[in-house]
Design a protein around this ligand. Structure first.
Ligand SMILES: [Zn+2]
Length: 174
């Protein structure tokens, strides 16, 4: 498989070559299809977080979230209530989760969406489904690092809960 700098990617060669020119179109088509199959039936658009679409997905258990760069960040109902609520501690925890999710968007910005969807997302998904150490998978540590750097530099917001959202392997060995 070849990933071009122009957000295109291709695999195969000669007569069997497949080239996808515009991954945004591909994402749009996939989301429409998944919608028709009912996968996003239970999600509600809530506005935006840092310019990314924010959705509540009522199928998600508390604290679970997923991000589809080009589509948006999906969080559970309770995390969203905490985010817009009045309890500062709970709000901080919700924001920390949202910052982590935003880190996945930063990965897609850094490497391009083809790289994100074809290489990062599968590793992240499989680790979430099969290991108890999802937050220590490199895809997660890197999302945390990118987000910490972004918030620190852009908003002078350098707070980070590195025990729940590790920024190095060292955070995982304790
Ligand atoms: Zn993640």
């Amino acid at each position: 498989m070849n990933i071009g700098d122009d957000n295109s990617f291709s695999f195969g060669n000669g007569e069997c070559a497949v080239k996808i020119e515009n991954i945004d179109d591909l994402i749009r088509k996939s989301i429409t299809e998944l919608n028709q199959k009912g996968l996003f039936l239970n999600r509600v658009f809530m506005g935006n977080f840092n310019g990314a679409n924010l959705y509540v997905d009522t199928d998600l258990p508390f604290g679970a979230a997923y991000t589809l760069p080009g589509v948006g960040i999906h969080i559970d109902v309770r995390t969203h209530q905490d985010y817009i609520g009045t309890d500062q501690q709970k709000e901080q925890e919700a924001i920390q989760l949202l910052k982590h999710e935003f880190g996945h968007i930063l990965q897609a910005t850094k490497y391009g969406k083809p790289h994100f969807y074809l290489l990062i997302a599968p590793v992240s998904l499989i680790s979430a489904a099969t290991t108890g150490q999802h937050q220590c998978t490199w895809t997660e540590i890197e999302a945390n690092l990118l987000a910490l750097d972004y918030y620190c530099k852009s908003f002078n917001d350098c707070f980070w809960n590195s025990s729940d959202y590790p920024v190095s392997e060292f955070d995982c060995s304790n």
